[in-house]
Design a protein around this ligand. Structure first.
Ligand SMILES: NC(=O)c1ccc[n+]([C@@H]2O[C@H](COP(=O)([O-])OP(=O)(O)OC[C@H]3O[C@@H](n4cnc5c(N)ncnc54)[C@H](OP(=O)(O)O)[C@@H]3O)[C@@H](O)[C@H]2O)c1
Length: 237
């Protein structure tokens, strides 16, 4: 049974991926910032997937506090795939620049992601992979996206360096466009209606599309150093 650790698996796309992989028969560990929440979400996912043949558990691991990751992940057993999804968005304009929010996001993705890999490297299967999450704001900035755009470009840089550093373990990234059914956007339906004309396929990505792409990058043995954008094709990209 494959074991997959998803840090940021307690909500949104990470949670959807956990449920799908559990259905496929994998053993899943999800992590978020709070242990009780992670355990509760793991239990809810197990209940919501009645025909699951895999097992799921929840632990705490805070990517914005990279110094604590070795200890937080010390109890995790051998891992086939590590998925790094977690973050808190930083909506930040230069005129009202919030340094704390910017530092949290920059730390989470540019230091927390590699620190999490370092913390479990001795238990990562050489046949396995690391999958990290960026986003299409790397190519298409919007007002307030300064930190998000910078960090998502850093994710592309991380893929380049990490796939050399931790070879033969494969390292890939997925860069979603705005994912229409992700819980984060549920109060922003008007925004999606306004932006639909930008999407060449006429359809925003759904969480299932991102889960599908994530599973492809994890399972395809030739996928290494790939930055996969899944946004339906955007004008201006
Ligand atoms: N949804 C989209 O439209 C979209 C578009 C482009 C890119 N993305 C990327 O896709 C990924 C998932 O997005 P989402 O919308 O599904 O996210 P989400 O619903 O906001 O969920 C974020 C997850 O990250 C966890 N998290 C937050 N801070 C963390 C930290 N410091 N350490 C560990 N875990 C942390 C949260 O868990 P706790 O609260 O339990 O800690 C939660 O499980 C992100 O990396 C995002 O940049 C998403």
């Amino acid at each position: 049974m494959k074991h997959i650790l998803i840090i940021g698996g307690t909500a949104g796309i990470g949670r959807e991926l956990a449920a799908s992989l559990l259905t496929d028969g994998a053993k899943i560990t999800i992590a978020g910032r709070d242990s009780e929440r992670a355990k509760n979400v793991a239990r809810d996912i197990q209940h919501s997937v009645p025909d699951a043949t895999g097992q799921i558990s929840g632990i705490a691991a805070d990517l914005s506090k990279p110094e604590g990751l070795r200890e937080a992940l010390a109890g995790v057993s051998s891992i086939d795939h590590l998925v790094l999804v977690g973050m808190v968005r930083d909506a930040n304009t230069i005129k009202t620049y919030n340094i704390a929010g910017a530092l949290e996001l920059v730390t989470t993705k540019t230091v927390g992601y590699p620190a999490a890999i370092a913390a479990v490297l001795d238990r990562l299967s050489p046949d396995g992979s690391v999958l990290i999450f960026g986003g299409v704001a790397k190519d298409i900035p919007y007002p307030g996206s300064t930190t998000v755009t910078v960090v998502n470009n850093a994710v592309m840089g991380l893929v380049k360096t990490l796939s050399i550093e931790i070879t033969p373990i494969r390292v890939n990234a997925i860069h979603p466009g705005m994912v229409e059914d992700s819980p984060y956007w549920q109060d922003d339906k008007e925004l999606f209606a306004r932006m639909l004309s930008r999407i060449r396929s006429g359809r925003f990505p759904q969480m299932a599309d991102i889960v599908d792409g994530s599973k492809f990058l994890m399972s395809n043995r030739a996928a290494n150093g790939v930055n996969l954008t899944l946004d339906g094709g955007q004008n201006g990209a």
